[in-house]
Write a protein that binds this ligand. Structure first.
Ligand SMILES: Cc1cc2nc3c(=O)[nH]c(=O)nc-3n(C[C@H](O)[C@H](O)[C@H](O)COP(=O)(O)OP(=O)(O)OC[C@H]3O[C@@H](n4cnc5c(N)ncnc54)[C@H](O)[C@@H]3O)c2cc1C
Length: 516
């Protein structure tokens, strides 16, 4: 195997996989280094106890919080990265998210690019990832140069009723953008079967638009693309000037291997990208590679999210529930800061409830949880989390990850929950049954829930406040780039993956120009 490449990409998730897909047609010799393996296709993919109780697909990493307490982070190391488990809600950030936004706890900073700069790449990402939706339905969204490639996924009757009730009450519900390989008109056998196993599960039939299925698999066998799995990048080494990455050090099958490339791109996810840089300290980069600004690892964000199962008297027999979104509270008003986005979660089931709430459900018989799940309508609330310098990834002398984190925007998070309660009362979800009236079972995601991790190596025009420039090239190095969620200067309040994918395609266009 040749050891020198045009481009080495570290990580095959939303950022790395998409970048490889964008670069490969240009004929560049690409090495993809992925620490995980292919996620096995097996019945456990769709087994709630295996996925939620046993955590079968969660990594065995141990990280430490700022008190030194160990925890198991909810990260997934596979070809396709976190997208193997994601819910494929593929939202664009709203134009306002690219500007400065004031919150009660501080300011969400502006991006070095605007919505219009990313718009063509959002469109390309939506077409690549086969997104279903209806541009123009949600009044908060920005201009789109092209409609989605697929019509919006239809609501099932219970969700359609909620949508109608919301419209009647003056809200603006919209069809959520979904990345699934579903053809509701022709229904060919090879595509999505519209099941309940999307959000939080791997797709057994490969009908979810994840980075493995959409971006990486189509490259396998192409002569200019090499994928090494089980290849954990441990550090990067530079030449004596400190400006050029010369070696990518990899731990594979218990051995250390070295690879080199004209361009090296980190896309290992926000925490692991920072980890690699901090582990690459040298005489030229004493504080960690590309870290003269002391920004590497800082400004970690992961959204203030809340899952709410609203229990109504009426059963909810919806199978694929993720079709509805509400952004009526997304933008600031004269009276308050933005509160965030409300969308639907994958449908609750007894196994998942037990796995997510083991203490609460310890003594509950299975039938009672099944009854709860049958009646629940499941919402997912997201409020923007601010990039705080003290919310950061550091390594201890043994190279172990420490994640210091304090929540921000509690006022806005609580405000969004209050708005949801009003919605539930207006949509009949709180009525009729005495025991379940206004009974909401909610679950705050603890620090281990790093599904939406972002920040740690933000891009920006000022070298003292950022790690990389507007093209996501490290300020202090000539051939090191970033293509994952680590570059986010702020995270907005919608799911991050489509923005990661769009930005990776943008970085890909830049690299094609540079390598020409
Ligand atoms: C359960 C769940 C549900 C989610 N739902 C949604 C959703 O509905 N919509 C949405 O927009 N987002 C969702 N997300 C978040 C979304 O998946 C992430 O934001 C996105 O995948 C981040 O892209 P990334 O490229 O930064 O990281 P990842 O996609 O995680 O890719 C990082 C890759 O790097 C690899 N890697 C890590 N360290 C190393 C190393 N040292 N050497 C080599 N390889 C390495 C990893 O194995 C992985 O393949 C969800 C995430 C989870 C976990």
């Amino acid at each position: 195997m040749a050891d020198h490449y045009d481009v080495i990409i570290v990580g095959t998730g939303a950022g790395g996989g998409t970048l490889a897909h964008a670069l490969a047609p240009a004929g560049k010799k690409i090495l993809l280094l992925e620490r995980g393996d292919f996620l096995p296709r097996e019945l456990d993919n769709w087994d709630p106890p295996a996925v939620f109780v046993d955590g079968k697909y969660i990594s065995h990493d141990t990280w430490y919080d700022d008190h030194g307490t160990p925890f198991q982070p909810q990260v997934h190391y596979f070809v396709g990265g976190a997208t193997k488990m994601y819910g494929a809600a593929l939202y664009r950030l709203r134009p306002a998210d690219f500007g400065e936004i004031k919150y009660s706890d501080g300011v969400s900073p502006a991006w070095p690019i605007g919505y219009s700069d990313l718009e063509p790449y959002y469109t390309r990402a939506e077409w690549l990832y086969q997104v279903h939706g209806d541009h123009g339905e949600d009044p908060t969204e920005g201009q789109a140069s092209k409609q989605y490639p697929w019509p919006a996924v239809s609501h099932e009757p219970r969700i359609a009723k909620i949508s109608d009730d919301l419209s009647a009450a003056g809200y603006h519900p919209f069809h959520a953008p979904c990345g699934i390989l579903l053809d509701e008109v022709r229904r060919p056998a090879s595509t999505c079967i519209r099941c309940a196993w999307c959000d939080g599960y791997p797709c057994l039939v490969h009908a979810k638009s994840d980075a493995e299925v959409i971006a990486v698999r189509p490259l396998l066998g192409q002569p200019n693309v090499t994928l090494l799995t089980g290849a954990e990048v441990t550090s990067l080494r530079t030449d004596s000037s400190g400006r050029v990455v010369t070696d990518v050090e990899v731990r594979r099958e218990g051995e250390t291997e070295r690879y080199s490339a004209d361009i090296v791109v980190l896309a290992a996810g926000a925490v692991n990208t920072a980890k690699i840089l901090l582990a690459s300290a040298s005489d030229q980069h004493r504080n960690g590679l590309a870290n003269g600004s002391d920004q590497v690892g800082r400004n970690f964000m992961f959204h203030n999210s809340k899952a709410v199962a609203a229990l109504g008297a009426e059963p909810n027999d919806t199978v694929y529930q993720k079709t509805l979104g509400i952004n009526d509270f997304y933008l600031a008003t004269a009276e308050r800061a933005p509160l965030g986005n409300i969308q639907m979660l994958g449908k609750s089931n007894a196994g998942a409830i037990r796995g997510e709430e083991p203490r609460l459900t310890k003594l509950a018989p299975h039938w009672s949880l099944e009854d709860v799940a049958r009646h629940s309508v499941d919402f997912w609330l997201t409020t923007e989390d601010l990039p705080m310098p003290g919310n950061r990834v550091t390594l201890d002398p043994n190279g172990r990850v420490h994640l210091s984190y304090s929540f921000t925007n509690a006022t806005e998070t609580a405000g969004l929950y209050e708005e949801l309660k009003i919605i539930l009362n207006r949509t009949g979800l709180a009525a009729h049954h005495v025991f379940r009236k206004n009974f909401y079972m909610d679950m705050e995601v603890p620090i281990a829930g790093v599904a939406h991790q972002a920040g740690t190596c933000r891009f920006g025009s000022e070298g003292s406040l950022s790690v990389s420039d507007v093209n996501c090239k490290a300020h202090e190095l000539d051939n090191l780039y970033f293509a994952d969620a680590s570059v986010f200067p702020s995270i907005g309040a919608v799911n991050p993956a489509l923005t990661v994918m769009a930005n990776a395609i943008r970085v890909g266009d830049h690299l094609i120009q540079r390598l020409r």
